[in-house]
Ligand binder design. Structure first.
Ligand SMILES: Cc1cc2nc3c(=O)[nH]c(=O)nc-3n(C[C@H](O)[C@H](O)[C@H](O)COP(=O)(O)O)c2cc1C
Length: 355
């Protein structure tokens, strides 16, 4: 019986190879940050407010002028066709049915153009390529296909080493391609002893970038830009100084720098540094309605889900992703009822005490 997201996690490896399960599940090096992203939620406890008339609960919110049903978005994740043949198409259809926002990854199997007809609330995640022509073309394609924002991943001047991928010699299966790179040398992975993903990204990613690149991306895309991977208040302030429209507090699900700080800890200091009017989204280890509530209480406007979306996708394609979103939405409603919050504005930092 599927009661929560962890039940789906347990079912996930049944239909996929060990190497693919390893790629989806792993974190960098000792996987300390991967584990801390979850365990940190138990260091913050809730102080419920009682007798607040919680007969109706409103979880709707607006992100960059997009009205959505709940503050739970779908994080960018590469190569989703390894979990289910419909890959990102299934995820985007589920996102549309659930009325939330999905971010399509640069390294998706389905292309910008294949996904866009199925969803009008899409962001695009950008890995900035060394060859600026590749980046510029992708940004233009997003604009043409009416994507609503660019999510620039700033925490990846290179990929962090996921040792499970090294040991499994992880490689995208030969029958798949990276849809956004059709006709280029980046479409497929070369054979490599160790992780082919690491080799691939070493050829693609530009490690020379500085904060000025935010305005370049804005200019070329003509779209709002969110910067993903922020963990420090000073970096957050710098993003906004350089024209960012929002940021995503993230450590890439523990997949980049191991022992990097868990994201939940950084919400309050970053919110205090940038002020109340700036858009802040957070991801990393969010699996429970109370996790969502804690992120919002500490100052986030919304959260993103990573791996649980893949678990749902592997379980039952589009329907499985809808199930994930629905389960978490229901848990969020329960958490709001039991903490006395009728709407998201009432979720405040005085609901939290740190152990
Ligand atoms: C399999 C997988 C692939 C990912 N691919 C990308 C990517 O291509 N670009 C990116 O910015 N983040 C990527 N991420 C990170 C997610 O966007 C997100 O930050 C992270 O998964 C959130 O943590 P969670 O999985 O614990 O929910 C990936 C994560 C996973 C698990």
């Amino acid at each position: 019986m599927i009661v929560n997201l962890f039940d789906l996690e347990k079912k996930f490896p049944e239909n996929i190879s060990e190497a693919i399960a390893g790629y989806y599940g792993s974190g960098a090096r000792d996987e300390v940050t991967l584990k801390r992203n979850r365990s940190v939620f138990n260091e913050y406890e809730l102080l419920p407010k009682l007798l607040r008339n919680v007969s109706t609960i409103d979880t709707s919110c607006t992100i960059l002028d997009l009205k959505i049903n709940f503050p739970i978005l779908i994080a960018p994740m590469a190569m989703q066709s390894m979990a289910h043949p419909d890959g990102e198409l299934a995820t985007s259809k589920a996102s549309k049915v659930s009325n939330t926002i999905m971010t399509l990854a640069t390294s998706s199997n389905k292309s910008i153009e294949e996904v866009s007809p199925h969803n009008d609330k899409l962001f695009f995640q950008l890995y900035f390529a060394k060859d600026r022509k590749i980046t510029e073309d992708m940004l233009q394609r997003c604009y043409d296909e009416k994507y609503k924002a660019i999510v620039f991943t700033a925490d990846a001047p290179r990929l962090g080493t996921r040792e499970r991928d090294e040991k499994n010699s992880f490689k995208m299966p030969d029958h798949l391609t990276l849809g956004n790179f059709k006709g280029t040398s980046f479409e497929k992975f070369d054979d490599y002893e160790g992780s082919s993903m690491n080799m691939h990204s070493e050829h693609l990613f530009d490690p020379t970038l500085t904060f000025e690149i935010i305005s370049w991306i804005k200019e070329k895309s003509k779209l709002p830009v969110l910067v993903k991977g922020i963990l420090r208040p000073d970096d957050a302030v710098n993003c906004f100084k350089n024209g960012a429209n929002g940021l995503i507090i993230s450590n890439h699900g523990g997949r980049q720098l191991d022992t990097a700080v868990p994201t939940l800890k950084q919400i309050l200091p970053i919110r205090e540094a940038v002020g109340n009017d700036k858009l802040i989204i957070v991801d990393g280890g969010i699996r429970r309605g109370t996790d969502v509530l804690k992120c919002l209480a500490l100052g986030a406007d919304a959260v993103q889900l990573g791996r649980p979306i893949l678990w749902g996708l592997g379980y039952d394609g589009q329907k499985g992703v809808e199930l994930v979103l629905n389960l978490l939405h229901k848990e969020l409603i329960e958490s709001m009822v039991l903490t006395g919050c009728k709407n998201l504005k009432e979720i405040d930092s005085d609901l939290i005490t740190k152990c």
